[in-house]
Design a protein around this ligand. Sequence first.
Ligand code: NZQ
Ligand code: ZN
Length: 385
Amino acid sequence: MNNFTYSIPTKIHFGKGQIAHLSELRESGEKVLLVYGGGSIKKAGIYDTAMKILKDAGLCVSELSGVEPNPRIESVVKGVGICKEENIDMVLAIGGGSVIDCGKVIAAGACSEEDPWELVLHPEKITAALPIYSVLTLAATGSEMDKFAVISDLKKNEKWGTASEHMKPKMSIMDPEYTYSVSKKQTAAGTADMISHIFENYFTNVSNADVQARFAEGLLKNCFYYGPVALEHPDDYDARANLMWTSSMAINGILSDGAEVAWCVHPMEHELSAFYDITHGEGLAILTPHWMEFALNEATAKKFADYGRNVWNLPMAEDDMETARKAINCTKEFFKDMGLPSTLREVGIDETYFDVMAEKAAAGCKGSYVELTKEDIVHIYENAL
Ligand code: NZQ
Ligand code: ZN
């Protein structure tokens, strides 16, 4: 295991009715910028509840609405403008990962003279941020408890992740009931996203990081069990609660600290979203089994077999390579059963940009579990077609 410093400043209020804690925003000042998406929070009544609590607490609320899935830099720029003009004290994002990511970079941009896109391209330029609060409404990205934000400039076909300790939320409210209204498509995509985050951390070259590995296997089992339950019964509290807490645990450092490895399926997927604006979790579900098939070899078979035995309960007696193949197949079948697409064509992608996407993704994959060249990535895209 590598050395690490584990630090999560985010206070989590988890469970039914925890939105009452929004009154605590008062500790960061008076003026809040409320950031939200295309209206799901209004339909679900979360907006009205939040506004009442904020007003009763004496907070003054400005709003930025309409943040897009795969949030655009234009929304960030708009939010930064409001913060600066109105001397905003803090940012409150209510929504899924897109809204929270947008809120995070707004909070950083409000404390900077840099062009906000520079903060996306050069995380080291983020030197401060307004306090960030979130109310999570979709279990997927883990943005509610991590330092990352992913922003797109679709005019340039660019989608990049930035990261900063300053962007870790100060407080996040996680009420599983708020995810009852999430569509089947987004529930499946969100589950695929957290599964992918776990895999990206699990397949590491750091040896003997067993706490992280066993924890990852437990979280995977949880996704494979509760994902289908949430699809079938959207208002099953236990399913939504267990998925929601898994989304945070998958990416808040518990699995990665001490077992660091560069991610590779995510850089490959971010290019698909940058060029075709697809749903992140769907792209991951398409690419993951093909990445696994590519990464499986004599050296990695043991790890894939561990995954098969410990997560899918495959028999201990069979040899590693056979078990590994079965485990990959279980993964593929799971995504299919969740109604997720399994080919790029299903989401409107053909080979037109494979070369340029692979070139950009390869830069992000340096230091991954199995090294990927640009040609390897083109090969994976072709297999996923
Ligand atoms: O815009 P609204 O109306 O809110 O609707 C959203 C959106 O259309 C809807 N939704 C959210 N909560 C809902 C709901 N609909 C009904 N009921 C609810 N309770 O769902 C749609 C998708 O929302 P979005 O926020 O885009 O989804 P998600 O949470 O999956 O976020 C995806 C974004 O996060 C990035 C992805 O690349 C993508 O841009 N990621 C962020 C990460 C991070 N910050 O750590 C890591 C991830 O790997 C990922 O890259
Ligand atoms: Zn992801």
